[in-house]
Design a protein around this ligand. Sequence first.
Ligand SMILES: [Fe+2]
Ligand SMILES: [Fe+2]
Length: 430
Amino acid sequence: MQEIFNILFVDDEENILKALKRLFMDEDFEIFTASSGKEGLEILNTGEFAVIISDQRMPEMTGTEFLLKAKELYPDTIRIILTGYADVNAAMNAINEAGAYRYITKPWHDSEILHIVKEAAQRYKLIKENKQLTELTKKQNEELQTWSKELEYYVQIHTIDISKRDKEIKILNEKLRKNSKELMGCLRNLIGLRAKSILNHSEKVAFISTEMAKKASLPTAEVDIITIAGNLHDIGKIGSSDVVLFKEPEELSSDEMKQYIQHTIKGQLAISPIEDLYKAGVLIRHHHENYDGSGFPDKLKGGKIPLGSRLISLADRFERLSRYSEIDEALKKIWSMLGKEFDPELFILLESVIVEHKTILFSSEDIIEVELSIKHLMPSFIISRDVIGSPGLIIIKKDTVLTEKHIELLKRSSYEDYSKSGIFVYKKRK
Ligand SMILES: [Fe+2]
Ligand SMILES: [Fe+2]
């Protein structure tokens, strides 16, 4: 739909106003007329006007003066000045001072004045649209700014919330880590209270199996489980009798063996209720399975035995052998049992860990003290602690050099039936 604009003609001559009205009556304009600048300003005050065409020569207020006022009040309205031929200077003034868009000389050509006024109305339309667009853009920008501020605020709140939660999670994790460390400490203390030798053994087994797991490039979480299982693998022995506790498995009677087998199951049962230790419990259960399926408690075979259990099994046997054999001999013995008791593929890991960590695992001093069963005593070994018999009598004194006779005496004394420990001797390590 065509937009109808208001236009105002101002002239003190009635005839001119009539002529102009006639000329524009068929055009798409609403025509208003005023006979003076004062009246013109009153009419302008009644609505929105697109174009003002004002005569220059008027009594009281000239066209330029009128247009100047109109400019101040309605700056967007397009202003045109009508002048006689002699008033070109006045027309220029109107353009310069009152910001008139054009001047039209009297008498005018109808087509010319029609064209100029239509063009002016078009210009007014453009200015108006431009203003509306600018307004809209400004409004949208303001809305965008508000949104962006709100968004920034929410992001900030959210970030604060996330970092607060992060902190809380970190504290909780730290607490959990501390708790499991303390729990491990308690369990190790329990093992140590039952027998210091199991604790020493367990610590070495944990170290060797952990290093083997690292060498096998297992994920950290799995390595951690192996460390826990290595430390606690013999926790089930806490409830075992002293005889079972001290003797080597191959020295046990069949009844004692039945009890010994139970330490794997009891160990798993003891720690499995703690969720974090459940996986370690599984490794503990199977640390005496043999590679050929002849082990216990479930006679698992080959790859069916959890990898962690296979590693702990190797570390466990090596640690026990190294108490009364040189490192090379212990490794040789293990080598002879590959494929039967142990996974052949894992031997290389054990060997490299032992070679690499020899000084950590075994005292760097030449003379060390070891606890041996009577079976492993040899003539020439030097006793490092008094061997006390059942009534509290010293059977063999500290620093005695063992002979065949001493060993015979110990075998006959049924020392191992009542003692909680083995025989402590000095040993020279190569
Ligand atoms: Fe064991
Ligand atoms: Fe063990």
